[in-house]
Design a protein around this ligand. Structure first.
Ligand SMILES: O=C(CO)[C@H](O)[C@H](O)COP(=O)(O)O
Length: 226
């Protein structure tokens, strides 16, 4: 369960991250509760005159950004994004992440790939020694569902179809999510590369070499990993 303290940490990390946004930037907007704090802060800055355009990593984020008057551009026409700000479900000091708890991993991964700088904002609960306490979300094209599910088992994982409100969760791209439990992940680079080879698997939540900086808030302290 989220605590007020966790929310205060998320807000503090978000406030620190938005300081890196400059006039004229194209900004990538993440998805989730921590990214939401950053979007709201950026919204205030836009209302005070900051000139930015933004690419959104989910339909929900796009609606929130527009509600603050942030101009949205289609990510599909961009060849680069100046900076993106997003959350994470887990991160290590070597800037490897698990993302996708909110189901936006595919767009978030494309956004991070396009970004000159990707800033991850977190509270202190997200820092781990080794990834894997959080299951790895895997976005799968529905017709490949059973095939991908069985490939995950072959890699030593246990898959679970994501369900929300008693129904199969459907991503913004019309796909399903398998939450794959690989236990503690000793070789995230190897696992990421094995998952990348599965046909029908659109994206997985292991984000390797995609993060410039993690801004973590812990109590009244801001700690930066880069
Ligand atoms: O990857 C994500 C969404 O797909 C989020 O960034 C991640 O789930 C963290 O969310 P929150 O900030 O709510 O803890």
């Amino acid at each position: 369960m989220e605590t007020n303290n966790q929310d205060a940490e998320k807000l503090a990390a978000a406030i620190e991250a938005v300081k890196l946004v400059k006039d004229g930037y194209i900004v990538g907007l993440g998805t989730g509760s921590t990214a939401t704090f950053a979007i709201k802060e950026l919204g205030k800055m836009v209302q005070q005159g900051l000139k930015i355009k933004a690419a959104a990593s989910s339909i929900q984020t796009e609606a929130l950004a527009r509600s603050f008057g942030i101009e949205i551009i289609d990510m599909g026409i961009l060849s680069s994004i100046d900076i993106s700000i997003d959350g994470a479900d887990e991160f290590t000091e070597s800037l490897e992440l698990i993302k996708g708890g909110g189901g936006a991993l595919f767009r978030e991964k494309i956004m991070a790939s396009l970004s000159k700088k990707t800033i991850v904002v977190t509270d202190a609960s997200k820092k781990v020694e080794q990834l894997g306490a959080f299951t790895v979300p895997v976005e799968v094209v529905p017709l490949a569902y059973q095939y991908v599910f069985e490939q995950i088992i072959k890699l030593g994982g246990k898959g679970m179809r994501r369900i929300k409100n008693d129904k199969t969760f459907v991503t913004d791209n019309g796909n399903f999510i398998i939450d794959a439990d690989f236990g503690l992940i000793r070789k995230p680079v190897q696992l990421a590369s094995e998952l990348n080879q599965i046909d029908g698997l659109l994206a997985h939540g292991l984000f390797i070499n995609l993060t410039s900086k993690v801004i973590m808030s812990q109590g009244s302290e801001i700690i930066v990993f880069e």
